[in-house]
Design a protein around this ligand. Structure first.
Ligand SMILES: [Zn+2]
Length: 189
């Protein structure tokens, strides 16, 4: 039978580390974020450290604090958008045209860049996709080819071949990849 093993404090050597919630500071892209996580604390010297079992959780919490500050989707929000569309991580990666491991990494704390964040929103949020479609439509030269289309596998697309030539420097609403094809997607069904 396993019994929890008491760890002597590696800082002072006088106390035994006690499991409790602790506030620990982590760093992302040079910014610091203090989060509350399951950890260990020494009653003698006050040392706070993360319980190894929760180091993955700590990574996620710090990344999500960064994402919230910078208006990016959190790992849980990415997972929510993916499952709302009924996709596995692998299928979602194909849908976004990224490597198969990327989605898993984002959901577990690797921070997506801003362009990728915009692409995820465009491809998973219907209102954003519709707004984008309206924007493309308004920007279209008279008589140019533009069409919106829906797929029952959960997507709406905008086909606008004029746009690639017109928007060499795309407005920020277009993520880099969405811009190159001018297709945007969001769940319909
Ligand atoms: Zn100590």
């Amino acid at each position: 039978m396993n019994t929890p093993q008491e760890l002597d404090c590696f800082e002072c050597g006088k106390g035994s580390l006690i499991p409790k919630l602790v506030d620990i500071t982590g760093y992302r892209h040079g910014e610091e974020f203090t989060v509350i996580v399951n950890g260990l604390q020494c009653p003698a010297c006050g040392l706070k450290t993360i319980d190894n079992e929760y180091s993955g959780e700590f990574t996620k919490l710090v990344s999500d604090a960064y994402r919230e500050k910078h208006g990016l989707l959190t790992g849980a929000q990415i997972r929510e958008a993916r499952t709302r569309m009924g996709m596995s991580q692998e299928k979602f990666a194909q849908y976004l045209r990224v490597g198969p491991a990327s989605v898993n990494r984002w959901e577990n704390g690797k921070i997506q860049d801003e362009a990728m964040n915009e692409l995820i929103v465009l491809k998973t949020d219907l209102l954003t996709a519709i707004n984008n479609y309206q924007f493309v439509k308004q920007s279209a030269p008279v008589g140019s080819e533009i069409a919106a289309f829906g797929f029952c596998d959960g997507a709406i697309g905008v086909f606008a071949p004029f746009a690639e030539a017109q928007f060499r420097k795309p407005p920020s609403v277009f993520a880099a990849e969405a811009f190159s094809t001018m297709e945007v997607y969001a769940p319909l069904c």
